[in-house]
Design a protein around this ligand. Structure first.
Ligand SMILES: O=C(O)c1cc(=O)[nH]c(=O)n1[C@@H]1O[C@H](COP(=O)(O)O)[C@@H](O)[C@H]1O
Length: 289
């Protein structure tokens, strides 16, 4: 049985579908944190993430850490990445390592070890399948183990998705070929209520939503694009299936929401309130309350 897909399903049911994107940049960090930690990147990024997590964890299903934001700060950034994943684990909160890996099988095996079992272990990772299925199969052992899951890029939110992913091949978009192959690859899995192999589907495009949802009815969707990229709530509802079939990511729309009001200068309590407010507004908008 896939423990992790059941856990995600139950967590979404209990806390809602929000995925807070910890795309944490030094420029977003409030002055009170920077002063306290003397601008030290490891300490600042860690404290910032912890403040966001503490303010939102009862209304957030899962946290996604986009690794580029940490790598850009070198070793100090990667330590903050590790610290945050550990903090989430200590508080029994779910995590996605947004690493978007894709490489030959031997290399993929090492990525899997690093991001599922090593210091950077997350509950889920994101993968890029466009190098072929052998770049995905090394992760499947962990999915069979039951405690890990993946979200594989299907139809992404960016304008460039049109360049390759959406090309027509033999009468259907390339991404359907990818999705169908991925579905076959995991057909033998325990796919109840959803498969531990989920799909990344940008919420910025409404036209294909119903077709994609129907075709991949056993896949959780990771839906980025809400907030900063302008995805509309009505697009997202189509993908969510009773609000339990996936998670909706917003990164900048939540973690720098406070800057709209406070311009980088705020107190600990106000930062927590603003950040929480951003998640509440997102939920209300998407639930249609
Ligand atoms: O895999 C992803 O998370 C992803 C896929 C995609 O199609 N589009 C997309 O924006 N993302 C990620 O989702 C986040 C979106 O950030 P915001 O636009 O600030 O909400 C970033 O971490 C992106 O790397």
């Amino acid at each position: 049985m896939s423990y992790i897909s059941r856990k995600l399903y139950e967590t979404i049911r209990e806390k809602g579908f929000v995925c807070v994107g910890l795309d944490s940049h030094m420029d977003y960090i409030p002055t009170y944190i920077k002063k306290k930690y003397n601008n030290d990147p490891e300490a600042c990024l860690t404290a910032y993430n912890q403040a966001i997590i503490d303010a939102t964890s009862d209304i957030t299903a899962i946290y996604k850490l986009q690794i580029a934001y940490y790598e850009a700060n070198g070793i100090a950034g990667l330590k903050a990445y590790r610290n945050t994943l550990q903090y989430l684990k200590q508080h029994e909160l779910l995590s996605i390592g947004d690493i978007k890996r894709g490489d030959i099988a031997a290399t993929a095996k090492e990525y899997a070890r690093a991001h599922f079992d090593g210091e950077f272990a997350a509950d889920f990772v994101t993968l890029n399948p466009y190098m072929g299925l052998d770049s995905i199969t090394p992760y499947l052992d962990y999915l069979k183990r039951g405690d890990k899951g993946v979200f594989v890029l299907l139809r992404t939110s960016n304008p460039g998705a049109e360049d390759i992913e959406c090309l027509d091949y033999q009468g259907k978009p390339l991404y359907f070929h990818i999705g169908d192959a991925l579905q076959e690859l995991t057909a033998e899995f325990d796919n109840e209520p959803y498969s531990p192999l989920g799909l990344v589907v940008g919420a910025t495009h409404a036209e294909e939503a119903s077709e994609i949802r129907q075709r991949y009815s056993k896949q959780f969707f990771l839906l980025p694009g809400y907030g900063a990229q302008g995805a509309k709530a009505e697009n997202i509802r189509n993908y969510l299936t009773d609000f339990n079939g996936g998670v909706v990511n917003s990164s900048r729309g939540i973690i720098k929401y406070y800057q709209k009001f406070a311009d980088g200068d705020t107190t600990e309590a106000k930062f927590a309130n603003y950040t929480r407010e951003a998640v509440i507004k997102m939920r209300e908008d998407i639930y249609g309350a």
